[in-house]
Design a protein around this ligand. Structure first.
Ligand code: SF4
Ligand code: SF4
Length: 446
C-alpha cells in the first residue's frame, strides 16, 4: 500500500507541527514591553504570560488564569477529544517531527528498522544505533535547555551558560537529569509516556463523553469486516452481509501505540490520525469513499448527526464567562507598582521636639515594570507629614526596594489611641494607590 496517497491529515499535522516547533524555539527570545512572552519561574515565584509579569503578590490573578486554563482544557477535550494530543502536544510534535524523522533517516522505514532490530550486533548495527542515540541525547540536552529558558528566562540562561560551569554545578546536574529523562522518553518509552505518565492522558476518560470528537471507526459502515476476495467487487459484499472494512490491518500496522481503532475508543489512542490516513489510502484503492476511520463523535456515528451543544458544554461556557469577567476586573485593577506599609515591629509612638508625635513605618516598594520608578507618599487627610528616612523611594526595574519613614501628626490633633491613616502613593503626578494603615498614639495598643 502506498500510504502517502491519502496522507492529507499527516501533511496538515506536519505543517502545524513545524509552526509550533518554530514558536517553541523562538518563544524564549520574544519580549513584550521588555518582558518574556512566557515564563514560569517557580523557584522565584515570578511568571510572565504574554508579556504580563505576575509576582507572588498577583497570586489571585495567576490562580484565576490557571483555573480558566483548566476549564478551557476540559471544555476543549469534551468537544474535540484528544485533538491536543495528536496535533499540539510538545511530546508528540517532537517525537513525530524530530526524533522519528531522524530515526527514519538513519535506520530506514518500519520494515528496515525491524530488520535492524533482529540483526545480530555487527558494525552496521553498532554504527547506526550509536549515531542515532548520540543525536537523540544531544537533542534531549538542547530541549532541556530550551525548557529551562521558559523557567528562568533567556537572559539568565545566557548569563549562566556563558559563565564557568563550576559555578553552576547544581544547575548542571539538574540539566543532565532532565536530559536523561527526555532521552529515555524519546529513545525508549515514546507513546507509553502518554498512556502511563501524562496526567492529561489519564483524565481523558472523565472528560470525554459520547458527543466528543474522537478518532473513530465507523462500525455501522465497516462491519461485518472481512477480507476482500481476489477479483470480487466491493458492491457484492453487502449482499453477503459484509461491510467496507476489508480487514487489511493497515490501521493497526501504523498505530504508534499498537491499538486497533476498530475496537472502539481506547485510552492509548493519542489521536495521531495515522490510522485515518492509512484507511483512507485503502478506501482510495478500493474506489470507496474515504472516512471509514475519521474524526467523529460516537453519537454522530450511531445517529448520523453532527455536533450537539449539550448542557454540560453550556455549563462549562457559563463558568468560563464568569471567570473571564473576574479576570478582566482583576487585570483592570492590577498595579505594576505597589507600595505596602507596616508599622515597625514592636514600636510605639515617638515624641518629636516640634510638638509632633511620630510612628515609624517600614515600606516595601514593588516595581513590576522594567524601568526604574520613583514614588511619593502623601498624607491626604491628616495635617501631618511623611519623612522618608534616607534616600527617595526609588525601585529599579523588576525589583523590591525596602525603606523606612516617620509618619508625623501634631500631638494636639490626636484623639484616641488609634488613628486611621490614608496615604496616597503618587508616581510623578498620578495617584496610583491608597495605602490604609493606622497611627498609634498615647493609649493605643500595638
Ligand atoms: S488509533 Fe492509533 S493510529 Fe489511530 S489515532 Fe489513535 S493512536 Fe493514532
Ligand atoms: S485500514 Fe480500514 S479497511 Fe483496513 S482494517 Fe483498518 S478499518 Fe478496515
Amino acid at each position: 500500500l502506498d500510504l502517502s496517497q491519502k496522507a492529507a491529515l499527516r501533511e496538515a499535522r506536519s505543517i502545524f507541527a513545524w509552526v509550533l516547533l518554530v514558536v517553541m524555539f523562538v518563544g524564549p527570545f520574544i519580549r513584550i514591553n521588555g518582558n518574556p512572552l512566557l515564563m514560569f519561574n517557580i523557584p522565584a515565584r515570578k511568571f510572565a504570560i504574554f508579556g504580563q509579569m505576575f509576582w507572588p503578590q498577583d497570586l489571585n490573578i495567576f490562580a484565576v488564569i490557571m483555573v480558566i486554563a483548566f476549564i478551557m482544557i476540559t471544555l476543549f477535550t469534551a468537544v474535540f477529544g484528544r485533538l491536543w494530543c495528536g496535533w499540539a502536544c510538545p511530546q508528540t510534535v517532537l517525537m513525530e517531527m524530530v526524533f522519528r524523522k531522524i530515526e527514519y533517516w538513519i535506520e530506514g522505514d518500519g520494515p528496515k528498522q525491524r530488520a535492524l532490530a533482529r540483526m545480530p550486533w555487527n558494525a552496521e548495527k553498532i554504527r547506526k544505533k550509536t549515531v542515532k542515540l548520540t543525536i537523540f541525547f544531544a537533542l534531549s540536552f538542547i530541549i532541556s535547555n530550551w525548557l529551562l529558558m521558559y523557567v528562568i528566562g533567556s537572559d539568565t540562561w545566557i548569563r549562566i551558560v556563558t559563565d564557568n560551569p563550576l559555578n553552576h554545578l547544581k544547575g548542571l546536574t539538574a540539566m543532565i537529569i532532565f536530559t536523561l529523562i527526555f532521552f529515555a522518553i524519546f529513545a525508549r518509552f515514546r507513546e507509553q509516556a502518554c498512556t502511563f505518565i501524562c496526567p492529561y492522558g489519564r483524565f481523558q476518560s472523565v472528560m470525554i463523553d459520547e458527543n466528543s470528537l474522537v478518532v473513530a471507526y465507523d462500525h455501522v459502515r465497516g462491519e461485518n469486516r472481512g477480507k476482500k476476495a481476489h477479483g470480487s467487487q466491493m458492491s457484492e459484499r453487502r449482499t453477503v452481509g459484509l461491510g467496507d472494512c476489508v480487514d487489511c490491518n493497515a490501521c493497526v500496522a501504523v498505530c504508534p501505540t499498537g491499538i486497533d481503532i476498530r475496537n472502539g475508543i481506547q485510552m492509548e489512542c493519542v489521536n495521531c490520525t495515522h490510522c485515518i490516513d492509512a484507511c483512507n489510502a485503502v478506501m482510495d484503492k478500493l474506489s470507496l469513499p474515504s472516512g471509514l476511520v475519521r474524526y467523529a463523535s460516537l453519537n454522530a456515528l450511531k445517529e448520523k448527526r453532527s455536533f450537539r451543544f449539550t448542557s454540560r458544554l453550556a455549563g462549562y461556557c457559563a463558568i468560563l464567562t464568569i471567570l473571564g469577567g473576574l479576570l478582566v476586573y482583576l487585570l483592570g485593577t492590577h498595579q505594576n507598582v505597589e507600595v505596602s506599609m507596616l508599622r515597625a515591629q514592636g514600636s510605639i509612638y515617638q515624641q518629636q521636639p516640634d510638638g509632633f508625635l511620630s510612628n515609624l513605618f517600614t515600606i516595601k516598594l514593588l516595581n513590576k515594570t522594567n524601568a526604574p520608578v520613583e514614588v511619593r507618599l502623601v498624607l491626604e487627610e491628616q495635617s501631618g507629614e511623611i519623612q522618608v528616612i534616607g534616600t527617595q523611594l526609588v525601585a529599579e526595574g523588576q525589583s523590591i526596594t525596602k525603606a523606612a519613614a516617620f509618619v508625623k501628626l501634631p500631638a494636639d490633633a490626636i484623639r484616641g489611641g488609634k488613628i486611621p491613616l490614608h496615604i496616597s502613593v503618587y508616581q510623578e503626578d498620578r495617584k496610583i494607590q491608597t495605602v490604609k494603615t493606622q497611627f498609634i498614639g498615647p493609649g493605643g495598643s500595638l
